[in-house]
Design a protein around this ligand. Structure first.
Ligand code: NDP
Length: 297
């Protein structure tokens, strides 16, 4: 039987610790500010943004939201970004993805002030992360690291297989886990859609991270006895529920939990951690911009 990794509980502890840091900043005269920008009306994005705003309110961060019409020219989004770069009350902000097709997402990423780039996607921040001098760790990979730490999963010397090589999850996580650091020092294999014999790569791993976007791709047969399984995937599949869908991960939870020593559920695993680490990065940004030192969880 495997231990269920409780992302909600770990995220809640991180938020509680962040509250102290936010209080320190606020007492010193700066309440940290996080802005969310949403272009268009994608329902999943609307949900994500409103959850992020709720998180801000809970911990004492000033939450600011900017809506941009989905049919507006791309320049309207770029102007919004320029305004946020210049706004001293906004210490960090995110542009919720996906953006409409007529917007160049790479331009969006490049345009964000790297000091306010709490997603950690700007090339300067990606470079710093790879060089072992991260300013903002991207939220999902950082959340995965914090979950491993909370459950005393040693990464040093561990064989970690990551399925997925996106710029927001797979690649940054691989880079973080190979760093010469206490929460790194792993030997990492990164798999993707062209990987051959995927099951061989996952079955031999001490830690398997699935970040694919394919419902239940990784089943129990692909997991080695006693491995730790981290499921990043969030997939909406049709179901006989009030909403007409349910959320499932990239891992077939029931069969994988028979093999794993510990496993994250979906929902309630990585998702809450991603949100908590966005607040964390906002505190880092506010601390860096004000020069007020804070203790981070
Ligand atoms: P992307 O679509 O950007 O990347 C998916 C990756 O999976 C790609 O590298 C792709 O390979 C690989 N892949 C696709 N099919 C297969 C396959 N059959 N076998 C092996 N590899 C495959 O996704 P994201 O990284 O953005 O997201 C992944 C999942 O995580 C999604 O379900 C997303 O919703 C979820 N997510 C959850 C978050 C959270 O907070 N819980 C945050 C971010 C994402 P290739 O590169 O060759 O195309």
């Amino acid at each position: 039987m495997s231990e269920i990794i409780d992302g909600k509980a770990v995220a809640s502890e991180i938020r509680a610790d962040l509250r102290d840091a936010i209080e320190t900043l606020t007492d010193a005269g700066t309440r940290p500010g996080l802005a969310t920008v949403l272009m268009g009306d994608d329902p999943a994005s609307e949900t994500y943004v409103s959850m992020k705003q709720r998180d801000c309110e809970e911990v004492g961060i000033e939450g600011i939201h900017v809506d941009v019409d989905g049919d507006a020219p791309a320049e309207e989004l770029y102007d919004t970004i320029d305004d946020l770069n210049d706004d001293p009350e906004v210490h960090g902000y995110i542009v919720q993805a996906p953006v409409p097709d007529h917007v160049d997402y790479q331009e969006v990423i490049r345009r964000v002030d790297p000091g306010k780039d709490v997603d950690g996607f700007h090339p300067e921040n990606v470079g710093r992360l790879v060089a072992g001098d991260a300013r903002f760790r991207p939220c999902t990979p950082h959340g995965v690291q914090k979950l491993l730490e909370a459950y005393d999963v040693e990464t040093e010397g561990a064989d970690v297989t990551i399925v997925g090589r996106s710029n927001i999850v797979g690649k940054p996580l691989a880079n973080l886990l190979i760093q010469k650091a206490d929460d790194g020092n792993a030997t990492v294999t990164v798999c993707h859609s062209r990987t051959e014999n995927l099951a061989e790569k996952t079955r031999t791993a001490d830690v398997v991270v699935a970040a694919v976007g394919v419902p239940e791709l990784i089943d129990g047969d692909m997991i080695g006895e006693g491995a730790v399984v981290i499921d990043v995937g969030v997939n909406r599949v049709a179901a006989d529920t009030e909403t007409g869908y349910e959320l499932v991960g990239d891992v077939a939870f029931e069969s994988a939990k028979e093999k794993a020593s510990a496993i994250t559920p979906v929902p309630g695993g990585v998702g809450p951690m991603t949100r908590a680490m966005l607040l964390y990065n906002t505190v880092v940004a506010a601390s860096e911009q004000t020069g007020v030192d804070v203790e981070l969880p």
